[in-house]
Design a protein around this ligand. Structure first.
Ligand code: NAP
Length: 472
């Protein structure tokens, strides 16, 4: 894929970029390595100050950054502005909480024959971040903020269709005060990832993206014995049981499916409805999906903009065609309009069967599949019945049933009577083919730390755990 800004609302190529050469990649890794040696010697207070300054820059530049995101990948301007705000809040969260997350953890010294024993969370070095275009700022911030606070440095390989957002992020942290090279953007295609990951100075990688990209990066990292965190795709179930508030469920279902023009890993994609309320829910949900306003992503009145790429739009159209040809019923939408740009309307499809692609595949656009479940057991079987395990939603007012869903849903995130969302305070990640490892919260920050066991014997009197530690 060429590295370019193409407006998905019009299909117009606005700006193209040259990819970094192997020598330029090598030099950037060198800067990340030397910035690491500087950064690990700084204090948490210094790093928190710089991260708060990055948050202030985001707040001050919110409109401009949001406009760039909307132009590059088509999300509505309102949602782009909200994303910038979320990034600023996320940065401030890690600035405020890193000291607690990284504090030395005392262990039972007498039990291990030590005078003192504790665990220290130490930085590991430059980390490669391979990131997707769908939340082009937030996906990067949720890696960068904890990584930089922990004392690691970052090399960003962003998706090829969001180069201007990538370049903004590459400058942001240096402008905020971090040492030059502590966080840098590499404008490279996916084929150049191997050069970065096989370089001994790069210690680990995080990837958010498709299953195929995850497998490819994990294979290289496995060969190189480097740790990875993978945040991959999902086909999240949204289960509606008879005791649910159907109006609230239908309203949230519409947002959960169509937020970000339907291109969210944690969007609800499969709507599994108990047969007793199936017809009622289907009517309420379809009516709301059909009422969404599709149009110019810069306009305040728009709910759903274009899909980000021509390939993405074509993939969605092909999945729906496949289902319809095999007997599925389209309740609303289902036909891509003839106009420039990569448009696909909010769509609801029913009467799905296992031989249709949609049954197992992720649909990355504003398309909902409706499934009828005879009872709780069938609902769970359907919910857990794909290769993915990212998020899962269940709607029920029955508390015992809520407990059963929490225990039985095979997903990294379970939201009851709500839609899956990421919060800095909560760990985020998947199971099965949705990946492994966690982002956000203290767990996300520690993924790229050396969990260092410290055992101290001897007689001399020394201060307690953590004394003199730069991370204090
Ligand atoms: P993608 O094609 O996998 O791209 C994601 C990133 O990986 C891009 O930077 C891409 O670079 C790079 N990439 C692609 N193939 C690669 C390879 N073989 N080796 C190394 N790097 C490679 O995914 P996408 O279509 O942009 O994003 C949508 C997918 O991401 C969906 O499946 C969605 O569910 C998932 N996602 C998951 C999460 C989560 O947190 N779990 C969040 C958001 C999105 P190029 O652009 O240069 O190809």
């Amino acid at each position: 894929m060429s590295i370019a800004t193409t407006n998905p609302a019009t299909g117009e190529v606005l700006k193209t970029f040259d990819a970094a050469t192997p020598a330029e990649i090598d030099a950037a890794i060198g800067r990340a390595e030397s910035a690491f040696h500087t950064l690990r010697g700084t204090t948490l207070e210094q790093r928190a100050g710089w991260l708060n300054a990055a948050a202030d820059l985001l707040d001050a530049e919110r409109d401009e950054v949001a406009r760039t995101m909307t132009t590059e990948m088509g999300k509505t301007y309102a949602s782009a502005r909200a994303e910038v705000g979320k990034c600023a809040a996320g940065a401030r969260y890690y600035a405020a909480n890193a000291a607690g997350f990284l504090a030395d953890e005392p262990a039972d010294a007498p039990a291990v024959g030590a005078r003192r024993a504790f665990v220290r969370y130490s930085p590991i070095g430059p980390v490669l971040a391979v990131m997707p275009w769908n939340f082009p700022l937030w996906q990067v911030m949720r890696f960068a903020a904890p990584a930089l606070m922990a004392g690691n440095t970052g090399l960003l390989k962003h998706a090829s269709n969001v180069p201007q957002t990538a370049l903004y992020l590459g400058d942001l942290f240096t402008r905020a005060g971090f040492p030059a090279g502590a966080f840098a953007t590499l404008l490279i295609g996916s084929a150049a990832v191997e050069q970065v990951l096989t370089d001994p100075r790069v210690r680990a990688a995080t990837l958010t993206g498709s299953e195929g990209a995850g497998r490819s990066v994990a294979q290289i990292a496995g060969r190189e014995l480097k740790k990875t965190v993978l945040e991959l795709g999902g086909s999240d179930p949204f289960v509606v049981m008879p005791s649910a508030d159907l109006d609230a469920a239908a309203e949230v279902a519409t947002t959960a499916r169509c937020q970000n023009n339907g291109q969210s890993c944690i969007a609800a994609k499969r709507f599994i409805v108990h047969t007793d309320v199936y017809d009622d829910f289907a009517e309420r949900f379809t009516r709301r999906m059909a009422a969404l306003r599709v149009g110019d992503p810069m306009a305040d009145t728009t709910d759903v903009g274009p899909l980000a790429t021509e390939q993405g739009r074509d993939d969605v159209a092909a999945q729906i065609r496949d289902a319809v040809e095999a007997g599925a019923t389209v309740l609303t939408g289902g036909v891509a309009p003839e106009r420039p740009g990569w448009w696909y309307p909010p769509t609801v499809v029913a009467d799905l069967t296992p031989r249709m692609r949609m049954w197992q595949e992720e649909v990355f656009g504003p398309v909902a599949g409706l499934y009828r479940a005879a009872d709780y057991d069938e609902a769970i079987a359907l919910a857990n019945g794909t290769g993915f395990g990212l998020g899962a939603n269940a709607w029920t007012r029955d508390e015992q049933e809520q407990q059963r869903f929490i225990a039985d849903l095979d997903a990294g995130n379970v939201f009851i009577n709500g839609m899956t969302t990421s919060y800095p305070q909560l760990p985020f990640g998947g199971v099965k083919n949705s990946g492994y490892g966690r982002e956000l919260s203290a767990l996300g920050m520690r993924e790229f730390c050396n969990v260092k066991t410290v055992w101290v014997g001897g007689e001399q009197a020394t201060p307690g755990p953590g004394a003199g530690h730069a991370n204090e």
